[in-house]
Design a protein. Structure first.
Lengths: 254, 347
């Protein structure tokens, strides 16, 4: 059995297959895939479940970035990242692959990084004055916040790679993702319970077939002991009989 | 034929079930203590998303309810201010009607108008939680320029218009020479525009016409403040300034009559506008109260739903715990008995 380790994993890395005598037994290239056992379970988790879940997380991250994106108030430029962005980004991400690992709060809004949280109210997070919604700087301006709130509950399109709904609101998608994960977990847990019960029964059967019962063996041993001592007793009795006989024969009058 | 059982099987069967029961006991104890499933995700499976979205919905409604509290404070303060302003305007109007045409109590009326103007300015600059509630959306700045502050723009504009029309300031003793017709014409053509449109928002007010708009329930928004740029406030400021700062106490009878007559008209109209505003504020307040009580019902329903999904029946769990205890104790005593149950002991 051979397996080459991959030491660094990125979002698009595909893991290596496990080979037996040079023939793959996991992954899509396996002609005769192994169907059960630890290796199959781990390979399945690595190649399918986590990949789908990653697609869901990427979808959520991508949707967050576009939901909070700011539009050019003069109507000419492209939308720019707002509250959520990726490190050093100057435009919206073109591909969602691996976004979940890169998404961050824009440093210009984060007070812990010297940012100004009021930009969330006013717009212009990207630093371009054309993207400022609150031109007059009013402290009670609510237009942008209401817009964000409406964006959050609006239906969006999600990549089908996530394996769940492709058209729903962001929060709907996120809760569907939770459902998907917990459903997988629930199924896995009940299968695991079933398999461990099966293992128990099989172990008992095997132990019954190949193991011994000490008491049974002990009583068998006692039987043997008893018959041995009975035989020995018999032998010594016969020996006595012969002895007596021979002695008596010697004492016969000639 | 008798079935065969190995000594290992006899011992391990109890071991397995004791382990299983102990882990069940641990999760049942958690359920007893918390009142809901020990592992919600594992128990509910695909329904977990439902509880997540129900809880999100619930906290959204809670947030709006909390915001409504703040809005409620703002509106009741607004309501108080409006009714104060209305009664002060009404009392000035009463004295104007009572002393109509006679210049004898001019000084009293002028002093009372000065008080009313100061009250108007300080009322419109009321702040709640650091927000100037009459400032429209410009809530960080006090909306009305104080007329009695040094170098204020609104006072300068009034003084400038008076000087340009009559050639002397209001404090001059020459004001007694102004005729009733001249004063009336000044009030209508030069003085009134100072309290309207661009002059009002330039010299008097930094408030925006746009008022605050809040979401008061799911899908229901309401205008939740009154702007200092409302007509009623412009009219009040105009009437008060007219009496307080046009040299009222020195005017001749006909010019004084022109001022009091115009002021009466303005005050009457302002009082009726204030009443309208109060009615609107009251309507919004009752909308918010209704929305809040409806949301509280919704939150009750949502929390019942969440409880139905997540909560365990405490009686069932407590029965399960005592069953498990009994079973585990039985297993222990059986293990002890099995240990003695060996032929070796009887030899």
């Amino acid at each position: 059995v051979t397996f080459t380790q991959t030491s660094t994993y990125t979002a698009s890395t595909v893991g290596n297959a496990v080979y037996v005598d040079g023939v793959p037994i996991t992954g899509s290239s396996a002609a005769m895939p192994s169907l059960s056992g630890n290796i199959v379970g781990l390979a399945n988790l690595r190649d399918q479940i986590t990949v789908t879940y990653q697609a869901q997380l990427d979808n959520v991250a991508g949707a967050l970035i576009t939901t909070f994106a700011e539009s050019d108030q003069n109507g000419t430029g492209p939308n720019l990242p707002g509250l959520f962005t990726t490190a050093g980004a100057s435009s919206l991400p073109s591909s969602i692959t691996g976004l979940a690992g890169q998404i961050e709060v824009n440093p210009t809004v984060d007070p812990n990084q010297g940012g100004n949280p009021s930009l969330l109210r006013d717009g212009g997070i990207s630093g371009n004055p054309n993207y400022v919604y609150n031109k007059s700087g009013d402290a009670g301006y609510q237009g942008r916040l209401s817009q964000l709130l409406a964006n959050l509950s609006a239906a969006q399109t999600f990549s089908p790679a996530g394996g769940i709904a492709t058209n729903s609101s962001l929060s709907g998608y996120a809760s569907a993702s939770v459902s998907w994960l917990e459903a997988q977990r629930s199924t896995a847990a009940s299968q695991s319970t079933y398999q461990s019960t099966l293992l128990n029964t099989a172990t008992t059967a095997l132990s019954n077939a190949t193991g011994v019962n000490l008491n049974n063996e002990m009583s068998k041993m006692l039987d043997l002991e008893n018959s041995y001592s009975a035989t020995a007793k018999l032998l010594s009795t016969i020996d006595g009989l012969f002895g007596t006989l021979l002695t008596d024969l010697g004492n016969l009058p000639a | 034929m008798t079935s065969y059982i190995s000594t290992l099987s006899i011992a391990s069967s109890l071991r397995q079930s004791v382990l299983q029961m102990q882990s069940q006991l641990a999760s049942s104890e958690t359920e007893m203590a918390t009142g809901h499933y020990a592992d919600i995700g594992l128990t509910l499976g695909a329904q977990t998303g439902e509880t997540v979205s129900l809880e999100a919905e619930q906290s959204f409604l809670q947030t709006i309810t909390d915001t409504n509290q703040t809005i409620g404070t703002r509106l009741s303060t607004t309501e108080n201010v409006l009714s104060n302003l209305q009664s002060s305007a009404q009392s000035l109007l009463n004295s104007l009607i009572g002393g109509s045409g006679t210049g004898s109590n001019a000084s009293t009326i002028q002093a009372s108008a000065t008080n009313s103007l100061q009250l108007l300015i300080s009322s419109l600059n009321t702040s709640v939680n650091g927000e100037y509630i009459f400032a429209g959306t410009n809530t960080a700045n006090p909306p009305i320029t104080n007329y009695y502050a040094q170098g204020s723009t609104n006072k300068a504009a009034v003084d400038g218009a008076f000087l340009a029309t009559f050639g002397f300031p209001q404090t001059s003793s020459s004001v007694s020479s102004i005729s009733g017709a001249d004063m009336q014409s000044f009030l209508n053509t030069q003085f009134a525009p100072l309290f309207q449109g661009a002059s009002w928002s330039g010299d008097w007010s930094s408030a925006t016409n746009q008022t605050l708009t809040n979401q008061i329930s799911e899908g229901q928004t309401a205008a939740t403040s009154v702007s200092a740029n409302s007509t009623a406030f412009e009219q009040l400021a105009q009437a008060y300034t007219m009496i307080a700062d046009l040299g009222t106490q020195n005017l001749n009878a006909s010019a004084y009559a022109a001022i009091t007559g115009t002021a009466q008209g303005l005050l009457t109209s302002a009082i009726s506008n204030l009443t309208d505003m109060q009615a609107n504020v009251g309507l919004t307040q009752s909308n918010i109260t209704n929305a809040t009580s409806q949301m509280s019902l919704e939150m009750n329903i949502l929390s019942t739903q969440v409880d139905n999904l997540q909560n365990v029946n405490p009686y069932e769990v407590s029965t399960r715990v005592s069953d498990l205890q009994t079973q585990i104790e039985t297993s222990y005593s059986l293990t002890a008995q099995l240990q003695h149950l060996s032929l070796v002991g009887y030899l």
